[in-house]
Design a protein around this ligand. Structure first.
Ligand SMILES: [Zn+2]
Length: 145
């Protein structure tokens, strides 16, 4: 039996999230957007591509580039579907940003960005890893979000 979740009229469906990442994505969104309309978090949905996936649906919210990039860091497999007038208007896969300026804190306590409260920049180093431009340490993407 498919689960009946209310269809969106105007909003965003974030599909193909790696199973286990949906609740993090929803809490990320709730920090950036007022969630005042219908929102749904679906965990462990069946996926043809990857076995299990999480899905986030959110009415009345369209994501900016910064938030989309943060979702890519949490789950590079995610797709963003824009819903207008009850139909899928566009669908695209998120992309890992090549550089991530200023939005993440460096986990290295001794990094100059933490000592001087300077802005961070991370560079994509392949395979979901990012390198801090200041202390040059490597971190996995989901460690940083
Ligand atoms: Zn650093």
């Amino acid at each position: 039996m498919p689960l009946n979740v209310q269809k969106l009229q105007e909003g965003t469906v974030i599909d193909h999230l790696a199973a286990g990442t949906g609740s993090r994505v929803l809490s990320l969104l709730s920090m950036s957007y007022p969630i005042s309309k219908v929102a749904a978090l679906i965990l462990n949905a069946k996926s043809k591509k990857s076995g299990r996936k999480d899905i986030v649906k959110i009415e009345g919210v369209f994501l900016d580039e910064k938030t989309t990039n943060q979702i890519a860091l949490i789950s590079p497999s995610a797709t963003i579907n824009i819903i207008r007038k009850g139909k899928v208007e566009s669908k695209r896969q998120v992309e890992m940003p090549k550089t991530v300026p200023g939005v993440l804190a460096c986990p290295n306590q001794k990094c100059i960005t933490n000592l001087e409260r300077a802005k961070t920049t991370f560079l994509l180093a392949g395979k979901g890893q990012l390198r801090c431009r200041h202390c040059e340490r490597l971190f996995s993407a989901d460690e940083l979000v």
